[in-house]
Ligand binder design. Structure first.
Ligand code: ATR
Length: 283
């Protein structure tokens, strides 16, 4: 006799390559425990190729998964695989959520996640922003900034052609990567979307001297949690948004959709995640 579907645990997870270090299972696991939901949220490594991704998604659907988060390198694949998609996912050209049903629906909660993390600070919206980087993460951040009402967005990227492409697609202006410190005096919000400053990557070199003291500084990097950029910004009195805030906020729509419980972001959740990050870095 098979298990009755009505009392089977809810299944969800995060698909990526690599994915072993994802904090998402801990976030969803914490919320599931709090809500008393019977379910599992597991990391699922899937090789980078689209065919591997599609086969894995078909299998998860067959197994009865409610949905999955999707991370690097599969965010574009997720959009391609889905039969329907939200406006946000289509605009971003990438999805970090797939919900399985009669049709597979792709959504992008990275955008709302970043916007909500910013809204949780004491001083928004800001008029002008400088976005460092022009990759997939920058695209999501730009859409979030526009959603927050920022109209004057400047992008600076090492490879200028990529920042020009992003600027053209979303109506932004471009600054030279070498001028990133110089343009800060007109900026209310500085966001790093590059991998610089991440453990094992080169540092992000930027001089914050010209940045207005009321400016907000955000970094999508969360390992280390307090990047050199955020540390310097805090020392100079800037309010900051770290990568963990964004990560927690982007997880909310998935939890609500798949597990159907409350997903509250509070100090206790942050403490669980910080403890895990500290454990990993040997602190
Ligand atoms: P993601 O999806 O996380 O944005 P990505 O698309 O690979 O990842 O983008 C990485 C970003 O970090 C890019 O903007 C990249 O700049 P290039 O477009 O010039 O490659 C930036 N980046 C990575 N390493 C860098 C470095 N050493 N110096 C400056 N920028 C760097």
């Amino acid at each position: 006799m098979g298990e009755g579907k009505h009392n089977a645990p809810i299944l969800a997870g995060v698909v990526g390559w690599p994915v072993a270090h994802s904090l998402s299972p801990l976030i969803h696991g914490t919320w599931a425990k709090r809500a008393g939901v019977k379910g599992y949220y597991i990391p699922i490594p899937v090789a980078p190729d689209y065919n591997d991704f599609a086969v894995a998604m078909d299998a998860l659907k067959t197994l009865g998964f409610a949905g999955v988060n999707v991370t690097i390198p599969h965010k574009e694949h997720a959009l391609r695989y889905a039969s329907t998609a939200s406006d946000a996912a289509r605009k971003a050209g990438a999805a970090n959520m797939l919900t399985f049903g009669a049709q597979t629906f792709a959504d992008n909660s990275d955008i709302i996640g970043f916007a909500e993390a910013v809204r949780a600070t004491s001083s928004v919206p800001r008029a002008s922003a400088l976005v460092l980087g022009a990759g997939g993460a920058a695209r999501g951040v730009v859409l979030a900034l526009q959603r927050l009402g920022l109209t004057d967005i400047v992008v600076a990227n090492r490879t200028r052609a990529k920042s020009e492409e992003l600027a053209k697609a979303f109506g932004l202006s471009v600054a030279d990567w070498e001028d990133r410190s110089k343009v800060l005096e007109n900026i209310d919000f500085l966001v790093n979307t590059t991998s610089l400053g991440m453990t094992g990557q080169p540092p992000l070199e930027i001089d914050l001297t010209g940045l207005k003291s009321a400016a907000l500084v955000a970094d999508i990097v969360y390992a280390p949690l307090e990047t050199h950029l955020l540390k310097t910004a805090k020392t100079r009195g800037h309010e900051t948004v770290d990568g963990l805030a964004m990560l927690m906020h982007q997880a909310v729509p998935g939890f609500k959709t798949w597990f159907g419980g409350e997903a509250v972001i509070d100090d206790a959740l942050r403490a669980v995640l910080v403890e895990e990050l500290n454990k990993r870095s040997g602190a």
